[in-house]
Design a protein around this ligand. Structure first.
Ligand SMILES: C[S@@+](CC[C@H](N)C(=O)[O-])C[C@H]1O[C@@H](n2cnc3c(N)ncnc32)[C@H](O)[C@@H]1O
Length: 209
């Protein structure tokens, strides 16, 4: 999806293309209009976050609750990410704009169902140990260390055989360290990956190991 198409559909700016956004739509359909709990790590200004919600709000449809963890700081976005976003036609004042303010503005229709937690996960953020999620969506720093630490930290918040842990960029050329970390985790826990229609999306459910 290019900038113009995204803007027309009220989708906040971001890097994620149409396939990635559609994958979230596929997951949402699994809940058949019932409410569900999402942990999203790496929300930026809410492009993926908004996909968890219906396009038009109807009060009779169960809304999800989405807990969004991000550093919420434009200054922390690496140069490559800035350049790529600008190439898509977006303009950002990287030193001055307030990411959390932009995030809340983009999610204003659903503010009661969004909880934003600012910090570097898992190093600066501790989730309430009682929280459990139906979906954990990871779209954060793709380094081996960060992905390993993230997968380890979300595990206690997942329900075996039920919680879907997933994310984009399962691509050994584009994000080799993410692929290594996901494969390691899957092998260690002897889990099968869910297959997706669009390439690069990864997802699995935990067992009891
Ligand atoms: C690719 S962007 C996420 C895009 C977003 N899902 C969307 O659809 O627009 C990655 C985000 O992860 C955040 N991030 C990177 N490392 C992080 C970490 N360790 N903890 C929390 N957020 C992190 C960045 O601030 C950035 O907003």
């Amino acid at each position: 999806m290019n900038k113009t198409e995204a803007d027309k559909m009220g989708v906040p700016m971001g890097w994620m293309g149409g396939n990635g956004l559609q994958n979230i739509g596929t997951i949402v359909q699994d809940f058949k209009g019932n409410s569900f709990n999402v942990l999203e790590i790496g929300s930026f200004v809410g492009r993926s976050t908004k996909q968890w919600f219906p396009k038009t709000r109807k009060d009779d449809v169960g809304l999800p609750t989405v807990t969004c963890v991000d550093m919420f700081d434009y200054k922390m976005i690496p140069q490559k990410g800035r350049t790529n976003l600008e190439a898509l036609g977006y303009t950002v004042n990287w030193d001055k704009a307030d990411m959390l303010e932009d995030f809340y503005e983009n999610l204003r229709d659903y503010e009661d169902n969004v909880r934003a937690i600012k910090g570097k996960f898992p190093y600066e953020v501790t989730l309430n140990p009682r929280w459990r999620f139906d979906v954990v969506f990871i779209d954060t720093n793709r380094s081996l260390e960060n992905m390993r630490a993230t997968l380890k930290a979300v595990r206690p918040h997942c329900v075996p055989y039920s919680t879907l842990i997933c994310g984009p960029h399962y691509d050994s050329e584009y994000a080799p360290e993410l692929v290594t970390a996901v494969n390691e985790f899957v092998n260690q826990h002897r889990i099968s990956m869910r297959s997706w229609e669009s390439p690069g999306f990864w997802g699995f459910k935990l067992n009891n190991l």
